[in-house]
Design a protein around this ligand. Structure first.
Ligand SMILES: [Zn+2]
Length: 148
């Protein structure tokens, strides 16, 4: 099931190469945040944004362009100390970008809902992978199985 925990776990794995550096916790934190951020688009359901619109669920916020833009913003604002170390800055940017992009990739393996607008703003087509073994998760944690 592609839940918020799955997305966060992928982001955690991406940052393990930084465990010998004092900034790894910051990178880990923002990797997790960026891996979860795309689902902030569910706010659109509350204010009447149609699911299939570019700003609907799994639309723009799940795209590659949006992911890279958010990674660039976070890198520029929260990793200023790396500006003198271009290779580390680039590594952080790539890790954050991949963490954010991983959200849409995982969602594209799910078996429900609409597909992912990977190529927004150039193309609003929603995509799934042909192999979709992952059970779609309800938004949030309230719908996860309970063991009692
Ligand atoms: Zn999602």
């Amino acid at each position: 099931m592609a839940s918020i925990f799955t997305h966060a776990f992928v982001a955690y794995g991406a940052t393990t190469i930084f465990d010998d550096h004092p900034y790894w916790r910051r990178c880990l934190f923002f990797s997790v945040v960026l891996s979860l951020l795309p689902d902030a688009d569910v706010v659109g359901f509350l204010i009447g944004v149609p699911y299939e619109s570019p700003w609907g669920h799994r639309g723009a916020t799940h795209s590659i362009v949006f992911s890279i833009m958010m990674a660039a913003l976070v890198t520029g604002v929260f990793f200023r100390a790396y500006f003198q170390f271009k290779a580390k800055l680039l590594a952080v940017f790539i890790i954050l970008s991949l963490s954010a992009i991983s959200h849409g990739v995982l969602d594209a393996f799910t078996n429900g809902g609409l597909g992912i607008a990977f190529f927004w703003p150039f193309d609003n087509t929603r995509y799934f992978f042909n192999y979709r073994p992952v059970e779609v998760s309800p938004i949030g944690i309230s719908g996860l199985p309970r063991f009692h």
